[in-house]
Design a binder for this molecule. Structure first.
Ligand code: GLC
Ligand code: CA
Length: 555
């Protein structure tokens, strides 16, 4: 028995050749990818030198997290200049060379736009501080008078996403608002200069060859900062179904994206965008609408536990989004903000807790408790990526997932770089998934560069190095390569139906008899007769073992 959930004609625009609708996009965190000059920081020439690797992996596009000039108060999401390259990472000429090399390898380039805030070192913010209260330079940001006689108290009790107050003093009785770190003052999107500057930024990178954009905190930007301010207790939950939150997911943010859409569409081919929108699930479709950003990340898989019913629920919601928007979902298992997927699946399942929460609690113990079963986590992560790659839509892979890399749980406190670690009392932060990649087991910093790495790499990284996995036909890297090579031919179009199966098995059918079957249980299960195209683990006398996925074609 099968039940159809999506048919080709339901996802309008599916017939279109827009690459992004079905692309596999590889996320590069530039500072931790490859270091060309041995200073411990990954850079753009390092990325260019690894284009052959990306090509052999078989990805359609790369998304680069920020490479702009930055003091790295938030890993580069504190941008000093949105239209330049950090001198430690290279030059604009290096960017151009990287884009040429990627394009020559048929890999598209997606640039990260950070419009909610600048860094506190941005020329505008320095001008705002010196210009003083009431000056037009302050109107580009969100300055407000403090409470108390000399303004020595912040304007209200609102909190930063990273912990602590969302206000920092300007030194003259005024305070500026920052949703994230104090080094990331929020821009005032009512200000026409701000709007014009970002039009300019979007055009700047599109003119330089960017094929698309990832929009950072797309649900931010517009704010209602009018008084009286609601107390924090009333607005701490940012996920509202109706756009009424004063800081997040306001309806009028889409005016900005409609404006950008005109710019995107003025190029041939049109540029595309994907929204990082942490919003109520019923609101995600707005960001994926054709007259807004066009696509939105589906983060729900990062929270799903390793259970068939959790995966089924997330998949159904993502497919419903596709029907509602005419866009495609962008599936992902992780990113630079989330504990690595292999570790999430190697920790015990806790009913009522999101998979991320369990891993974050584990990080607070420096990775000591509960016990992390590394092999189990890797095995499940292999099975999981085969599910994502078999679904209609696009998939984002975070660098290192293709190596089955685990979160580094025991980074010493003095090594931590993430402001979340210093500002929050309840989070260790996101550095554990940002440790530089191991390329070569025998080299210093495992081939990341000729020197050391900006975050310390543990000894066990050696076993995950590309050099080791290259020569092992069963490695996770080679599984990714095979899956990416097969995916397009095995799963064209967007038809998908569920196939009835036992509760611990997830089974769906795609066009032309292609099937994806995952066993979330521990006992092997029988398979329908068909040609096995790929499996995440060796079959057990023709049966699918636990924690494994198989792709097959029905005979
Ligand atoms: C996004 C980024 C995250 C960053 C934040 C502030 O959520 O993914 O890394 O800290 O925006 O820019
Ligand atoms: Ca470097």
């Amino acid at each position: 028995m099968t039940s159809t959930i999506l048919q080709d004609h339901q996802a309008s625009g599916q017939a279109s050749t827009d690459f992004w609708r079905t692309a596999v996009v590889y996320q590069i965190y530039p500072r931790s990818f490859a270091d060309s000059n041995g200073d411990g920081i990954g850079d753009l020439p390092g990325i260019t030198s690894r284009v052959p690797y990306l090509r052999s992996l078989g990805v359609d596009a790369v998304w680069l997290s920020p490479f702009y000039p930055s003091a790295l108060a938030d890993g580069g999401y504190d941008v000093d200049d949105h239209r330049n390259v950090d001198p430690r990472l290279g030059t604009l000429a290096d960017f151009d060379a990287m884009v040429s090399a990627l394009h020559a390898a048929d890999i598209k380039v997606i640039v990260d736009i950070v419009p909610n805030h600048t860094s506190n070192r941005h020329v505008w913010f320095r001008q705002a501080l010196t210009a003083g209260r009431g000056a037009p330079e302050r109107d580009r940001y969100l300055f407000r008078d403090g409470r108390g006689q000399g303004g020595e108290e912040p304007p209200n009790d609102w909190e930063s996403i990273f912990g602590g107050s969302a206000w920092a003093p300007a030194g003259d009785g005024q305070w500026y608002f920052h949703c994230f770190a104090a080094e990331q003052p929020d821009l005032n999107w009512e200000n026409e200069e701000v709007r014009e500057d970002f039009r300019c930024t979007v055009r700047f990178w599109a003119d330089r060859g960017a094929d698309g954009f990832r929009i950072d905190v797309a649900h931010g930007l517009r704010k209602d900062m009018s008084e009286p301010y609601p107390p924090w207790g009333e607005i701490a939950d940012i996920m509202r179904p109706d756009g009424s939150h004063p800081l997040w997911d306001r309806d009028d943010v889409h005016e900005i994206y409609a404006d950008w859409r005109r710019i995107f569409d003025s190029y041939n081919p049109p540029r595309y965008a994907v929204a990082e929108a942490s919003v109520h699930p019923t609101r995600r479709a707005r960001y994926a609408a054709a007259d807004s950003l066009g696509q939105a990340f589906n983060f729900a898989m990062q929270d799903a536990g390793w259970r068939a019913e959790d995966f089924r629920e997330v998949i159904n919601a993502g497919l419903a989004d596709m029907i509602n928007t005419g866009s495609t979902t962008s599936w992902l298992l992780g990113c630079h903000d989330t504990p690595r997927v292999a570790s999430r699946y190697g920790l015990p399942f806790e009913a009522g807790s999101l998979s991320q929460q369990v891993a974050r609690a584990w990080l607070l113990t420096d990775g000591v408790a509960p016990y992390l079963d590394r092999a189990l986590g890797e095995r499940r992560a292999r099975a999981a990526i085969m599910i994502l790659l078999a679904l209609p839509g696009s998939t984002y892979i975070y660098q290192g997932e293709e190596l089955g890399l685990h979160e580094v749980g025991d980074l010493p406190p003095e090594a931590l770089e993430d402001p979340m670690a210093s500002r929050s009392t309840s989070e260790k932060g996101r550095d554990g998934c940002r440790v530089p990649l191991p390329w070569n087991a025998a080299d210093p910093s495992y081939g990341f560069g000729s020197g050391s790495a900006h975050l310390p790499q543990p000894d066990w990284f050696a076993a995950y190095a590309v050099s080791v996995q290259d020569v092992d036909p069963d490695s996770t890297l080679n599984l990714y390569r095979q899956a990416l090579a097969l995916r397009r031919q095995v799963f064209p179009g967007s038809d998908i139906s569920w196939v009835d199966s036992e509760p611990s098995v997830l089974h769906f059918a795609r066009a032309d008899g292609a099937r994806c079957i995952t066993n979330f249980g521990t006992e092997p299960v029988a398979l329908p007769s068909g040609e096995v195209l790929l499996s995440s683990a060796h079959l057990d006398h023709g049966r699918l073992p636990g924690d494994a996925t198989v792709w097959l074609r029905m005979l």
